[in-house]
Design a binder for this molecule. Structure first.
Ligand code: ZN
Length: 299
């Protein structure tokens, strides 16, 4: 009998425990659920992390693209040097897509580049024989039409369409001191040294002829605004084959790059800088192109 009572008590205790068991999960479920404030805090933390990480990722992406762009510029410039060395020191035609008896075959033939004709011999331009990779002709950061096959340009001073004020005659370059303005041969590059004369620039779009830079006027030429933003700057190469990244100083220069053309500063010569920083950006480009500044400021 005593055994039966003990078993009954034991069952009673278990059933009591069992009766209380469902309450515990309900209580803990309530504890684990997010309150509205907790949810808002989590959302705020995620937003904060995104605000920190997105610019970092964007910057890392731009840095990667810049490395590829600088590598492209270097390969193009080394090809440009090799072409000249194999042609008695004569520079290749700096005018993209323009074939000429006087200038020779263009460094890049844009027509063939866009639509290769299988019935014609490969004619992607004079430098193709040294490059043989279409990826080298295009900056990965190029904006605009995604299919633009070429985004680099040669500056007009490097056997391009040089303005009249930089020549003695149609055929003859002007020399000022030891500085040859319009370069036709490697041996023309004396002062400043080849490491300071610009050859290629990332133009950001397919070039029409050469990259235009004014010589005797403090203005940006409409055909000489690089429409690419490499961390608020540009990428370019020098005649000795090294490459550089320049940061713009002037806010107005960035406006030009972003195609926000300033009001009231455009005349027939182009866009004139309005600040010291903007003028510094322009003159740095002019000096690298022509070897010197061709004007004195009257203001
Ligand atoms: Zn680039």
């Amino acid at each position: 009998m005593a055994d039966h009572i003990a078993k009954f008590n034991s069952l009673l205790i278990r059933s009591k425990v069992g009766m209380h068991q469902p309450k515990a999960p309900i209580k803990s479920r309530r504890c684990r659920a997010f309150t509205l404030i907790e949810l808002l805090v989590v959302i705020a933390i995620i937003a904060l992390l995104m605000a920190i990480l997105v610019p970092v990722l964007r910057s890392a992406r731009e840095q990667g693209q810049r490395v590829v762009c600088l590598s492209n510029l270097k390969q193009l410039t080394l090809a440009w040097i090799m072409y000249a060395e194999e042609n008695d020191g004569n520079l290749g035609n700096g005018r993209a897509g323009v074939n000429s008896i006087f200038w020779g075959p263009p460094w890049v033939d844009l027509n063939y580049f866009s639509v290769p004709d299988p019935n014609k011999p490969d004619s992607r331009g004079a430098l193709w024989a040294y490059i043989r990779d279409v990826g080298v002709y295009r900056c990965p950061r190029a904006r605009g039409i995604p299919k633009q096959p070429v985004t680099y340009a040669i500056v007009c001073a490097a056997n391009g369409d040089s303005p009249d004020e930089t020549r003695e005659s149609f055929f003859k370059s002007k020399r000022i001191g030891r500085t040859m303005l319009w370069l036709r041969k490697l041996s023309d590059i004396v002062s400043p040294s080849p490491g300071q004369r610009m050859i290629f620039i990332d133009y950001g779009q397919s070039p029409s002829h050469a990259f235009q830079v004014c010589y005797d006027y403090p203005a940006w030429n409409l055909g000489g605004i690089p429409l690419v933003d490499h961390n608020r700057g540009i990428t370019l190469s020098m005649a000795d084959g090294h490459v550089e990244h320049w940061k713009w100083r002037g806010a107005e220069t960035m406006d030009l790059i972003n195609a926000k053309l300033p009001d009231g500063s455009f005349n027939s010569m182009g866009f004139e800088p309005r600040t010291e920083d903007g003028l510094y950006d322009l003159q740095r480009l002019q000096k690298a192109t022509w070897g010197r500044i061709g004007y004195t400021l009257g203001w």
